[in-house]
Design a protein around this ligand. Structure first.
Ligand code: IMP
Length: 432
């Protein structure tokens, strides 16, 4: 029963798309289980760059079946856009290889408007959401009033439910947030048209996944966002509204825990964050510009979903160890090691100082208030000047790059099995 899990260990944008793309080569089924089109997974194959927000990255491999799990919030507009983009890139999309859980929740344009109005109303306490309607859609789910994908199958009652939803959104927008009203009939008819286009892809996905696992086919769970954005374990309230950790897979796909084979934690060689919230190792001066890049290259640190410049800083091993604990990570996939080339010294946060005490691991919940009181304790490692983008074997790496990787392994106690040194699929080093 081989279930492999790909999890982000930071605040998202670790390069999970890169890891999933490589692992999907040997997988039968690739499933997303949380979040929605707030995610942005990028894969580069030869001269083609695929940016996916909602359809699993594994779709690029023709043998995979791709699933949007019940734990997700699904915006049909984005699904259709991505299907079109993939088809025009020559990738086959049909209901035999793309399935959307009937129990997933729907995101509407009303949720998006509400998301933006709510976040703006927080003023200086803004979360800095992606504005994709994620929070409001999950609120509706928890309130048991959300629209489920399976409702699309009964067009008449779905139209009534949609109308009622947009009327409710209007009340919230106008009364609470002084926003203009939306045209309920226009929004309803447009949404019905889009919903009709995803109708053939709606399925009960549980049996599909169970059947694959029973016959020993590899199922790959593609996490979205990162562990530190998890609603339960992340830097609350500066988090997303879903379970981004490995725990979310079981409820988000409807499978049991015994199937797990590997939990692969994807970690960038430095730290980034989009939106507000504490970031102990954040850098603002030249080093920030160095790590972020200018924005001229697709892999520079600017949001795939929002285009916002990402906040950047040194790798934080206290948080990496925390992510490892809460996910049960069995191996690490290190991305963007090549970006560190050219630095004289590289800092790594190995502990925190909090109220006069040294902490090697978190002894408090990762909430924003506690994290904001932590001052990083750094260890300085020698950098390297060589370009790594052509390295394909461990021994091709300069000695200081190897020392950097080995230090991370030694401090976390988790093997780093894969290292990416460029955005292209082949720019990868596999280790024994
Ligand atoms: P939301 O998920 O749009 O509600 O945004 C909540 C927080 O999570 C914000 O700080 C976003 O910037 C962040 N966030 C959501 N999705 C991603 C992602 O895929 N990568 C990085 N940050 C994300």
């Amino acid at each position: 029963m081989p279930l492999d899990i790909v999890i982000g260990t930071q605040w998202g944008d670790e390069g999970k798309g890169r890891a999933v793309d490589l692992l999907a080569q040997d997988s039968h089924l690739v499933a997303r289980y949380n979040g929605g089109d707030n995610a942005g997974h990028t894969v580069t194959v030869a001269d083609k760059i695929y940016k996916l927000h909602v359809i699993p990255t594994g779709v690029i491999h023709p043998q995979t079946i791709c699933i949007l799990g019940n734990g997700m919030v699904v915006n049909p507009y984005t699904v259709i856009e991505e299907m079109d983009m993939l088809r025009s890139a020559g990738i086959e999309i049909n209901p035999d290889r793309l399935m959307i859980s009937d129990a997933a929740q729907l995101i509407t344009p009303g949720h998006r408007l509400l998301d933006r109005a709510q976040d703006a109303a927080l003023g200086k306490n803004q979360i800095g959401t992606t504005g994709r309607g994620i929070g409001p859609a999950y609120v509706d789910k928890a309130a048991r009033s959300g629209l489920r994908v399976g409702e699309i199958l009964d067009r008449q009652s779905f139209a009534d439910r949609l109308r009622a939803h947009f009327i409710e959104i209007n009340k919230l927008l106008t009364i609470l947030y002084s926003q203009p009203e939306i045209d309920v009939e226009l929004y309803t008819s447009d949404y019905l048209e889009k919903a009709e286009m995803i109708r053939p892809y709606i399925k009960r996905i549980g049996p599909e996944i169970q059947a694959a696992l029973k016959v020993g086919k590899i199922v790959l769970a593609e996490g979205a966002q990162g562990s530190l954005l998890d609603l339960e374990q992340g830097s609350y309230p500066f988090v997303t509204s879903s379970c981004t950790t490995a725990a979310g897979i079981f409820s988000g796909l409807g499978i049991g825990i015994q199937a797990v084979r590997k939990v692969i934690g994807v970690t960038k060689a430095f730290q980034t964050r989009v939106g507000s919230g504490p970031f102990p190792t954040e850098q603002t001066a030249e080093i920030a510009e160095f790590l972020r890049g200018s924005g001229s290259k697709p892999w520079d640190e600017f949001g795939t979903t929002t285009g916002r410049p990402r906040r950047v800083g040194w790798l934080d091993l206290v948080l990496l160890k925390y992510a490892q604990e809460i996910n049960g990570i069995t191996e690490l996939f290190l991305t963007k090691l090549d970006i560190l080339s050219g630095l004289e010294q590289i800092q790594v946060c190995v502990a925190y100082e909090k109220q006069g005490r040294r902490l090697d691991t978190l002894d408090f919940s990762c909430d924003a208030q506690s994290l904001a009181q932590c001052v990083p304790v750094y260890e300085s490692l020698p950098g390297w000047q060589e370009d790594l983008s052509r390295c394909r074997r461990w021994r091709d790496l300069p000695v200081n790059a190897r020392v950097y990787v080995e230090t991370l392994e030694q401090k976390t106690g988790v093997p780093i099995r894969t290292i990416s040194v460029g955005s292209e699929r082949t720019a990868t080093i596999y280790r024994e």
